[in-house]
Design a protein around this ligand. Structure first.
Ligand SMILES: Cc1cn([C@H]2C[C@H](O)[C@@H](COP(=O)(O)OP(=O)(O)O[C@H]3O[C@@H](C)C(=O)[C@@H](O)[C@H]3O)O2)c(=O)[nH]c1=O
Length: 177
């Protein structure tokens, strides 16, 4: 398992060798020792399965403020997604974003540290996303940033065709409280 730090500090692309044989394939999905060796102390307390029927379904951009902030290890276990992280930590990187294509075929994943908002756009029908969380979801603490906020100017690969009303209604960075 190889961890490569992205453009946002603490954001890592996680790649695992895929061992194929006559039965199919095997890849490691998470390894505490490898993460610790990279200086990441991630102890998942929750894992979520997100099944998405249509191509170009958008979920996000979601986060929880401290003390509920969540690190996330995001993996696509069926199909492909375009996964986005937005830096909401105070400092020079505030508002910067990075996106990575995750796919079941590549068996890659994205690790987001606390303090980032997260979202994705599905690139195939039937995309299934499995993500481990470093902190529990607290319903009243769910926060969001609008996917098309001009201050973020995220270069989505296609306009979303399916999304929740809640995700359409999030504020932009400038209106964030
Ligand atoms: C996130 C979550 C939702 N739910 C419930 C609430 C609701 O009835 C239903 C769907 O919730 P949502 O619409 O918030 O689901 P969704 O929009 O898929 O939310 C997720 O989006 C991605 C991008 C993330 O990064 C996640 O952290 C999470 O915020 O599931 C839980 O029971 N536990 C959870 O941890």
């Amino acid at each position: 398992m190889r961890l490569t730090e992205g453009d946002l500090p603490g954001l890592y692309l996680v790649e695992s060798p895929v061992h194929a044989d006559a039965r199919g394939s095997f890849a490691r999905a998470w390894c505490r020792d490898t993460f610790r060796a990279a200086g990441i102390d991630f102890d998942p307390v929750q894992a979520n399965l997100s099944a998405n029927t249509a191509r170009h379904t958008l979920r996000g951009l979601h986060y929880q403020d401290p003390p509920y902030a969540e690190a996330k290890l995001v993996r696509c276990v069926a199909g492909r997604i375009w996964d986005v992280a937005v830096d909401l930590r105070p400092g020079p990187g505030y508002g910067r974003w990075q996106a990575v294509e995750l796919s079941a075929e590549r068996a890659n994943a994205l690790f987001l540290p606390e303090g980032l908002a997260h979202g994705f756009l599905t690139l195939t029908p039937g995309a299934v996303v499995l993500y481990h969380m470093g902190a529990a979801h607290v319903p009243g603490q769910a926060r969001g940033i609008r996917w098309d906020d001009p201050d973020l100017a995220i270069a989505w690969p296609a306009p979303p065709e399916v999304m929740s009303e809640a995700d359409r209604a999030w504020p932009g960075l400038a209106e964030r409280t």
